[in-house]
Ligand binder design. Structure first.
Ligand SMILES: Cc1cc2nc3c(=O)[nH]c(=O)nc-3n(C[C@H](O)[C@H](O)[C@H](O)COP(=O)(O)OP(=O)(O)OC[C@H]3O[C@@H](n4cnc5c(N)ncnc54)[C@H](O)[C@@H]3O)c2cc1C
Length: 405
């Protein structure tokens, strides 16, 4: 192990084998593993606390992996890039680590594993693993510049100059700046002439356009079981109407795939063919208004808003069969045009990031700058909702450790 400190013209100089920037899930996991292999490692972070996103994740219980994690659950300009890392370090590997700390967990749904007690346990696990590796942690550290001179990376900070032959950038994405997220990792990438795949907030749901806000804003609080489709991606889960747009797991998932200007198609009744249902009620001679019959199978407030402004008044048995089938069809494929996604303040992730064409999928090392690595969310690999993003953080971190073993 090799770590030296000098006082150089009043400037403190710290020399390590590896500098990791970012004490989030990816950075801490990488530092712990590399440290345990016997290298001197320092983790730098501008926050006063490590793992702030872990602490707020999964509603405070951290959905730390998904047992079903597969490359298909990730979005990237190069969908193959994540395969090698995900194959090397699997959900079962992280589960084993969690179990070794006797952290109790449960599957909530769809393979999503959460701590029974608190996300704090995952942070403590990572701190303990870093401790085992003798990793130094430098918090409250403002980074002024990063450069490479000959074989060393030099990181100028408020706590002096850090030098190492290897630099791991684990600064995450832009989502939730309230907990310290910045675009610093992208700046480092640009400094080394790497391209950035355009970044967008994702897993954040949608906002209505001005007109739709008047119509659907009053539905805030209504929740429906749906299938939401954005392009070719479809998700069967709940949507929740909010005061400003659509939330709930199906909307969050769809926001990862949605492109500006695109329409969403929503099946508002995946279990029931509403057209057939209306016809059967009509045959029974039902004289209630359509909106009241719809309210038998959909939330009342939604049924009222759906019918409003359409010429569908009068008793059900007075409406033509074709009209009822059309109503059923428009509920099967309800088309809405969101104005935007909710934005970085609420987004669980940032889609896009460091273009993977610059990185080795085996090691995460930059092809043109030896010794420079990018891991976690800063890379253009973004997982769906459900524990996939942490699995990517762990797996990409372990790829670096494997490369340095
Ligand atoms: C509300 C919320 C809930 C989530 N829930 C889940 C979940 O349950 N399951 C799941 O899989 N994913 C979840 N995610 C996504 C997941 O948290 C992230 O994908 C994951 O934390 C990314 O890890 P990372 O280490 O790459 O980046 P981060 O965790 O963002 O860590 C980056 C670190 O870099 C530091 N940093 C940034 N800029 C600088 C700078 N300029 N100088 C120094 N340090 C800097 C930050 O302070 C931070 O500590 C959630 C996200 C949010 C916002």
């Amino acid at each position: 192990m090799f770590c030296r400190y000098f006082s150089l013209q009043k400037k403190i100089l710290h020399i390590f084998d590896v500098i990791v920037i970012g004490a989030g899930g990816a950075g801490m996991m990488c530092a712990a593993q590399v440290g345990q292999q016997g290298r001197s490692v320092v983790v730098l972070d501008h926050n006063a606390q490590v793992g702030r996103k872990i602490l707020i994740s999964g509603g405070g219980r951290c959905n730390f992996t998904n047992v079903e994690a597969r490359p298909e659950n990730f979005v990237s300009k190069n969908p193959h890039f994540c395969k090698s890392a995900l194959a090397r370090y699997r959900p079962a590997d992280f589960i084993k680590l969690v179990e070794s700390y006797r952290i109790r967990y449960h599957e909530k749904k769809l393979g999503q594993l959460f701590c029974d007690d608190s996300a704090r346990q995952i942070v403590d696990l990572l701190l303990d693993e870093m401790d085992k590796g003798g990793v130094k942690l430098s918090l409250n550290t403002k980074i002024d510049s990063v450069k490479k001179s000959e074989d060393f990376f030099e990181v100028e900070t408020s706590r002096g100059l850090f030098k190492a032959e290897r630099l791991v950038v684990a600064t995450g994405g832009l989502s939730v700046p309230q907990v310290g997220a910045t675009g610093f990792g992208y700046e480092i990438a640009r400094y080394f002439n790497l391209k950035i795949v355009q970044t967008e907030p994702a897993l954040d749901g949608f906002t209505w356009s001005h007109d739709d806000l008047d119509r659907f804003g009053p539905l805030a609080g209504v929740s429906l079981d749906t299938v939401v489709s954005a392009g070719k991606a479809s998700f069967r889960e709940n949507v929740l109407f909010t005061h400003t747009g659509l939330s709930g797991p199906a909307s969050l998932q769809a926001s990862l795939y949605w492109q500006r200007g695109q329409k969403l198609t929503i099946d508002l009744s995946p279990e029931l063919d509403v057209g057939d249902y209306l016809l059967s009620r009509r045959r029974e001679g039902v004289r209630q208004e359509l909106k009241n019959v719809l309210a038998e199978v959909l939330p009342r407030r939604f049924a009222d808003a759906f019918v409003e402004g359409k010429s569908l008044a009068g008793p059900l048995n007075g409406l033509a069969e074709k009209t009822l089938l059309n109503v059923g069809q428009s509920l099967k494929s309800w088309q809405v045009q969101p104005q935007a996604t909710v934005g970085y303040r609420k987004a669980e992730v940032t889609r896009g990031g460091v273009d993977t064409s610059h990185l080795s999928s085996q090691t995460m090392e930059c092809k043109t700058v030896p010794g420079l690595y990018f891991i976690g969310e800063v890379v253009d690999v973004t997982g769906q909702l459900g524990g996939y993003n942490f699995q990517w953080a762990w797996a990409s971190a372990v790829s670096v450790a494997a490369a340095l073993a």
